[in-house]
Design a binder for this molecule. Sequence first.
Ligand code: KG4
Ligand code: ZN
Length: 361
Amino acid sequence: MNTITILGLETSCDETAAAVVRRHGDGHGEILANVVYSQLKDHAPYGGVVPEIAARAHVQHLDGLIARAMAECGASFMELSGVAATAGPGLLGGLLVAMMEGKAIALAHDLPFMAINHLEGHALTPRLLGDVKFPYLLLLISGGHTQFQLVEGVGQYKRLGTTIDDALGEAFDKVAKLLGLPYPGGSQVERAAQTGDAARFDFPRPLKGRDDCNFSFSGLKTAVRETVQKRGVLSDQDVADVCASFQLAVAETVGDRLCRAFSAFRAAYNVASPTLVVAGGVAANQPLRRAIEGQCKKAGFTLNVPPFHLCTDNAAMIAWAGAERLALGMTDELNFAARPRWPLDTVSVPFYGSGRLGAKA
Ligand code: KG4
Ligand code: ZN
């Protein structure tokens, strides 16, 4: 198969991103350019992503990022094999920006267009970075999604489990807010927890022992809120202890859910050395990472966590998903409409945390 070079665009939430990625004839990937504008500062005063501000920022920054990505890799639009843009799930106003711009470039240069599911971008990232064979197990833990997927092939996913309420990143962010820590709170909770006593508060481990692969974090968040409200004024040590206890509850819960997912994977496939891929911003959490490593070791799974900048939202993963699709002849029409809600596994019953409207993915 020929070399494929794809321009990828991502504007589904609060990162504006453009990248150029190459898929070589033997199937291995190469990132030629990968630029991201994080809107974190634009949204921080509001304690969360404001859709209108996000859409405007995408319009303001995407042109410049595309120009930078193209300049960095020294390619002209004529040398591209196709254009890929995130079509969902995400905020509609944001999605429209990359979709319109991607379609316009594809039309002007007579290139194939690929409308990409953002979650597929996360799911296929390990194949951009190395020789990871289908099928594998994916654990996506981000600000908008918490789910297990069986990744069987490009466009072929089976959801094993999902959160039935809050996403894990969302739970970290809400706990941080309760404690007066700045947004986004995940890394702040991790930092505060370093000096905390994880045994001080006995928070629940939601769904622990349940015979499925779902998650639930709203009860855990409520338990933290009640503890915080009961104590009234919190000392720095109180904050650290709450963070450490919350983090331990999360690590034990994810560990328990992982055991179920490993069993479900083994029941579905006969793979000699199976792989677990973890993606999403929460994968940066070190105590959680150690818990996941421990479970993988016990169950004989190889753990694959892409580097942080490719684990969080970026356009290289969108370009790569486009390259994998183009290699299989899977292109889309220019009238493909953005899909604010677009689960990877379209057969599964929808839940609040699974590709929901306005979710960060
Ligand atoms: O994947 P991501 O960058 O964005 C999307 O959700 O699309 O994930 C962001 C989430 C936020 O909720 C953030 O608080 C969380 O990942 N996060 C962390 C850590 N770093 C980022 N959560 C726990 N520990 C961390 N070190
Ligand atoms: Zn994402």
